[in-house]
Design a binder for this molecule. Structure first.
Ligand code: MF3
Ligand code: CO
Length: 294
């Protein structure tokens, strides 16, 4: 039996904070989750489902996160060091009464991840790396505001980049859009990864298996893990209130990665070929989804 439903009477106040009676609010919803569970589906636990108040909090956090990435976008170019990006994100974030989530997260030393060319993710900013014409870089920003977490990342092409790298960056962004098109309330999480994967591989690229998206909102990284190597109709049910990221890492060459950097963070492609990533944060709604950060 499904035991994820809250222990509420029909006339008790609903758990979602609406102030309505349970029977007029989420009772049907909980019965639907329970029926799916009993039919053998994987359903998200209740603590992962965000209330309207949670979503408002995350939006205020995301406003800063989006603003920080816009701030970077206005300034980044040939000659920027990745440490300057780190300073911009730090300054912008604290000026908006928020905290950069990466800073000191499990020992991460900086306020943002900057991943250039063959760096798949978790690149550490450095005053010794100056962006040059032809580089492609992912800037991954995450913000905590009033305890709420937002997380998104964008690619930037520095000056004129090769047609091959420009294509990788564009296709990776389009892969995220394909993933979003596959989002269906009460559908499966695996539909998203399958759509992303099909699009990337149709363009001759490979998809990183070891890293993916994640639940987010009340913590930096919550369940579920969002793989981009999945089959349709598999994985957890996309119940309204589930909040997570779509952030595939897509490689020009092999999918294999190299995690041997002694700093313990920087992940590279095993073959040294370029890789790209875009990240958006969304919440499942009754009739679709709402984008929260990008
Ligand atoms: N922002 C990354 C993500 O999308 C996580 C970075 S963890 C850090 O999940 F410590 F490296 F910042
Ligand atoms: Co993320």
């Amino acid at each position: 039996m499904y035991d994820g439903s809250p222990d509420l009477g029909r006339n008790d106040e609903c758990w979602c904070g609406s102030g309505k009676k349970y029977k007029k609010c989420h009772l049907d919803f909980d019965e639907r989750l329970s029926a799916l569970y009993n039919a053998g589906e994987e359903v998200p636990t209740h603590d992962l489902l965000k209330t309207a108040e949670d979503i408002e909090g995350v939006k205020r956090s995301a406003e800063v996160n989006i603003g920080a990435l816009d701030y970077v976008a206005e300034r980044i170019g040939v000659g920027t060091t990745t440490e300057e990006i780190n300073q911009w994100v730090y300054d912008y974030t604290v000026a908006h009464d928020a905290i950069p989530a990466p800073l000191n997260y499990e020992g991460f030393p900086d306020s943002v991840c900057t991943s250039v060319n063959e760096v798949v993710c978790h690149g550490i900013p450095s005053e010794n790396y100056t962006l040059k014409e032809g580089d492609i870089i992912n800037v991954d920003c995450s913000t905590i505001k009033d305890g709420y977490f937002s997380d998104s990342s964008r690619m930037f092409c520095i000056g004129e980049v090769s047609p091959e790298d420009a294509d990788l960056v564009r296709v990776t962004k389009e892969a995220v859009e394909e993933g979003l098109k596959a989002v269906k309330p009460w559908g499966h999480l695996g539909d998203i990864g399958a759509a992303v994967n099909a699009y990337a591989t149709a363009h001759g690229y490979t998809v990183v298996r070891e890293f993916g998206g994640h639940g987010v909102g009340l913590e930096f990284h919550e369940d579920p893990f969002v793989s981009f190597v999945t089959k349709p109709g598999t994985g957890p049910i996309l119940a309204p209130g589930l909040m997570f990221t779509i952030e595939p890492m897509i490689n020009r060459g092999e999918a294999a990665i190299d995690m041997s950097d002694p700093n313990g963070w920087t992940v590279r492609t095993a073959d040294g070929l370029p890789t790209a990533q875009w990240e958006v944060q969304l919440v499942i709604t009754e009739d679709g989804y709402e984008l929260l950060s990008w």
